[in-house]
Design a protein around this ligand. Structure first.
Ligand code: TEU
Length: 542
């Protein structure tokens, strides 16, 4: 069970990758069709967002059957074919395990509602709700039928939190993971897994701006050790990642240090809140570079020193496209996309690429509220109106922040529906598809740059295994870090601005060699001029 640190993960939102049946929804066969493309890119693992039976209230994160395939995406035979075909292309699968909550349409919840005491103890039922709020707005408690009790739902009210304190619940959930292991699955991504360990006695949480009361509880670590021991820990070559909501470095070191026997790595989201005004998502603000740099440095060094391991990412299905947030895309889309890529692919951790990122996809630029479908966006819009924002203002915020921004269909070519489907897609294609699509970008600047970064990680233990140290910490424009491994070291400079920046190159690197850059190579002298969004990695001897 040693993590292979040369691997790179590619995330696919199955609904939006490739539709082969003509129903406007992507499917498992569509992913099989694109395996040669993924092999060409060079990725090793694909993480699939949930494709299980679900009422799709939260796009599959409301699971009503954990061990089946939603007919929308195909059949179990299609899934088995995907595992098989993947192995032939050297690509393993990573499945999304939503074990904190299940859909209220799941038979466990239905039996509980019907009065079955055994299943009632699968959920978190209380006579008196706490003041907790749902991540999707409103109270986190809803009436449990007409019993007078309330059930906890940290997300939508159709996503009921499971009671991990009940050994029967744990046993059932471990069975779910083992079901997929038996199908040949080696990788697992665990949804909001630092929220599973709730206290027996739930306390109010009046200060809801900070870390919620129920996050990173000590018992959470115990549950992860059990999960490891009873499921994926039995495979030599498993790969696991936990999605950690509102977490901190000490907990993440513990979750991911190999001696803890919990998980291989962790996602945290702090760096994607640097454009939140006052920590609030439904606001608009230019990103704060100081905050971003400091977060990367403290996390990079903290995880390196504690022998923890991070999943590194700019994009996923819950985030607007990073290009829209951090880059002047009108003038520097290619430079910005390649710089963002290098800033994580050359860093310490496992890089994740979200579908379309490798061709520099951007937000869809929708013009009407009726184009949005995500439950979180729809609730947030209503809440903003209720609190007195004008529809124009509220719409602008949705445009910038909606999760639908990254969920739009993959842009394969410039034909109808971007080559994603022959039918009207479930979610409208982005307006940029005529210019930004796989067919044209494969000869462009971004896709080949990703290929090169992935290749470098495979060739150089310095990149895959080296330590991380902050560099040029005072720079107000450049995020820089240093990697070290045996007798090699690497300095990575990333200019986060649309302007040229001059800086002093540390002496040790003045006679170094350029490993990779997104501009023509520069001669290395004591002063270096970084062009807009330039990234450059300089290799030297220790
Ligand atoms: O997301 C967890 C989470 O905390 C989200 O609130 C996330 O921070 C937010 O969407 C950003 O706006 C996971 C899944 O990734 C997400 O798609 C699910 O909706 C959620 O869990 C519930 O399962």
């Amino acid at each position: 069970m040693t993590l292979d640190k040369t691997k790179v993960v590619y995330q696919i939102y199955p609904k939006s990758y490739k539709d082969t049946t003509g129903n406007g929804v992507g499917d498992l066969q569509g992913i099989i069709e694109k395996l040669p493309y993924l092999q060409d890119l060079g990725v090793d693992v694909i993480w699939l967002n949930p494709f299980y039976p679900s009422p799709q209230r939260d796009n599959g994160y409301d699971v009503s059957d954990y061990t089946a395939v939603n007919p929308l995406f195909g059949t179990m035979a299609d899934f088995e074919a995907l595992v098989h075909a993947g192995k032939a292309y050297g690509i393993e699968l990573m499945l999304d395990m939503v074990l904190n909550h299940c859909s209220t349409e799941h038979e466990w919840f239905q039996k509980a509602l019907a009065g079955d005491k055994f299943y009632q103890d699968f959920f978190i039922l209380r006579d008196q709700p706490t003041d907790w709020v749902s991540k999707f707005g409103g109270s986190a408690w809803a009436p449990f039928g007409d019993t007078g009790k309330y059930y906890l739902h940290l997300f939508d009210k159709t996503q009921a939190d499971l009671n991990w304190r009940n050994p029967h619940v744990r046993e059932e959930l471990f069975k779910v993971v083992n079901f997929w292991r038996d199908k040949g699955v080696k990788g697992f991504r665990f949804d909001v897994i630092n929220l599973i360990g709730k206290d027996e006695e739930l306390k109010d949480n009046p200060n809801f701006d900070g870390k919620p009361e129920y996050t990173d509880k000590p018992i959470n670590h115990d549950y992860l050790k059990m999960l490891n021991k009873e499921t994926f820990g039995r495979d030599q070559d498993s790969m696991t990642v936990g999605e950690m909501s509102f977490t901190d470095i000490p907990n993440c070191v513990q979750y991911s240090n190999p001696n803890s026997h919990e998980l291989d790595m962790v996602f945290n989201f702090h760096h994607l809140k640097v454009d939140y005004d006052n920590g609030q998502k439904w606001t608009r603000k230019t990103f704060d570079f100081e905050e971003l740099k400091t977060l990367f440095h403290t996390w990079g060094e903290g995880m390196s020193q504690g022998d923890g391991w991070s999943a590194l990412f700019w994009n996923n299905h819950d985030q607007p496209r990073a290009l829209n947030r951090f880059v002047d895309i009108k003038n520097f889309r290619n430079e910005g996309a390649t710089m963002l890529a290098a800033s994580i692919h050359l860093s310490r951790g496992t890089p994740y690429i979200y579908m379309g990122e490798e061709i520099g996809m951007i937000d869809p630029d929708y013009t009407s509220m009726s184009d949005y479908v995500d439950v979180e966006s729809l609730n947030a819009y209503q809440e903003m109106l209720d609190k007195g924002k004008s529809p124009e203002e509220a719409f602008k915020i949705i445009q910038a922040k909606s999760r639908d921004n990254s969920r739009t269909p993959m842009q394969w070519d410039n034909t109808a529906n971007a080559g994603f489907s022959t039918a009207k897609p479930w979610l409208k294609v982005g307006r940029s598809y005529q210019q930004i699509n796989v067919a044209s970008e494969k000869q462009g600047k971004i896709f080949p740059f990703y290929q090169k970064l992935i290749q470098l990680r495979k060739e150089m233990p310095l990149i895959a295994e080296g330590t991380y140290k902050a560099a040029l910490s005072d720079s107000t424009k450049v995020y820089a870090f240093e990697r070290k491994w045996q007798d090699q070291k690497l300095l990575v400079l990333n200019n986060f601005f649309a302007e040229t920046v001059e800086l002093d190159l540390p002496a040790a690197y003045q006679r170094g060699t350029v490993l990779i850059s997104n501009y023509e190579e520069d001669a290395l002298i004591d002063k270096i001029l970084l062009k807009p969004y330039q990234t450059i990695a300089i290799l030297a001897k220790v």
